[in-house]
Design a protein around this ligand. Structure first.
Ligand code: BGC
Ligand code: CA
Length: 335
């Protein structure tokens, strides 16, 4: 009799530990990023894969730039019992719906790169945001240009004392489009540069679209363009493609082009001398903050600065600093 009890006890302990172990193993973090063919977001994805290796696994899905699909994916993660969900929203103003769904299911959320509206962030305390201050990116882009303009009087091609320029903007409504552009302009003006904006259009963050836009700008404004500012590197590279086809960057024909992100291809353009400068949008540290916050939440803890490795502002925001990256390859802040 005693033996049977002991055996039964042993079996039940074994079963309990098995199921606990099984539960831990089946734990996962769901990730949905707005589209897979975005170079900068691709970098964050790679870092997330690497960070999750040997830790809580992640399942990454691609809604292909459709908010409906993304909502379905999040519902799917909830059904499948994700321990936390990471979202790079297709439309940041749709975040409220996502937050409500996760709040009801009790599954914590980490947004990144596309900042939900403050009112939506306030709906629940298990929602975090990881991003970078777009204003700073605008200011850094301006500083790169100001140095160039001051050192190169010939950059004012028509000698009218004004800067004739075009801006290739990111997706409308994205905080990085609006704020980078606004602070770029403000900082140029504060430095005493008289601005003559010839044109601005959205290239939707895409290289191909930016190339077509730049081709169009060259047809319309020709050599009167004195500088090209782009809200990201992909589009700066697209503009450079168009400029090269139009004969720039050979036989002394130059155009200052400034981007943002410091994606690997941008470093090549910096050393070729086609890109004047860019601003590091630190994918690696953003990914670290995102993953560490999601992991803490998934394991039932409130993320703290010491656990995630980054300071937390306003209780649920982590801001990763931008860094200026110049043609010499030197980063001003030695990051
Ligand atoms: C990056 C862009 C990217 C966009 C996606 C921005 O922060 O600079 O390259 O396309 O985020 O949301
Ligand atoms: Ca001029």
């Amino acid at each position: 009799m005693r033996r049977t009890v002991l055996i039964l006890l042993f079996i039940s302990i074994a079963l309990v530990s098995l199921s606990a172990g099984g539960e831990k193993e089946s734990m996962f973090i769901g990730v949905s990023v707005y589209r897979f063919d975005d170079a900068f977001i691709g970098e964050i994805r790679d870092h997330l894969e690497r960070l999750s290796d040997g830790d809580i696994p992640i399942v990454i899905r691609n809604p292909e730039n459709s908010q409906n699909k993304q909502n379905e994916q999040i519902a799917g993660f909830i059904e499948e019992g994700a321990s936390a969900i990471i979202v790079n929203p297709v439309d940041r103003t749709a975040s409220g719906v996502i937050i409500e769904k996760c709040r009801k299911a009790g599954i914590p959320l980490v947004f990144f790169n596309r900042e939900p509206l403050a009112d939506d962030m306030a709906r629940w305390n298990e929602v975090y945001y990881v991003g970078a201050r777009a204003e700073a990116a605008g200011r850094f882009a301006a500083r790169i240009f100001i140095d160039y303009w001051e050192d190169h009087p010939e950059a004012d091609r028509n000698g009218d004392g004004k800067l004739q320029f075009v801006i290739i903007k990111g997706e409308p409504g994205h905080q990085d489009t609006e704020l980078r552009s606004e602070y770029l302009m403000k900082t140029l003006a504060e430095a005493g540069i008289s601005l003559d904006r010839l044109d601005e259009e959205s290239g939707m963050w895409e290289r191909g679209k930016a190339e077509s836009l730049m081709t169009q700008f060259l047809i319309t404004y020709g050599d009167s363009i004195e500088a090209v500012f782009s809200n990201n590197d992909e589009m700066a590279l697209g503009a450079i493609d168009a400029l090269e086809k139009a004969g720039y960057f050979t036989s002394g024909r130059y155009m200052p082009v400034i981007g943002c992100d410091a994606i690997p291809e941008a470093y090549d353009a910096l050393s070729d001398g086609t890109l004047l400068g860019t601003v590091l949008n630190d994918a690696e540290n953003q990914a670290k903050a995102i993953y560490n916050i999601a992991k803490e939440l998934a394991e039932g803890r409130t993320p703290s600065e010491s656990a995630i490795g980054f300071p937390i502002t306003d209780e649920r925001y982590v801001w990763i600093p931008y860094t200026m990256v110049l043609q010499s390859g030197d980063s001003e802040y030695n990051h």
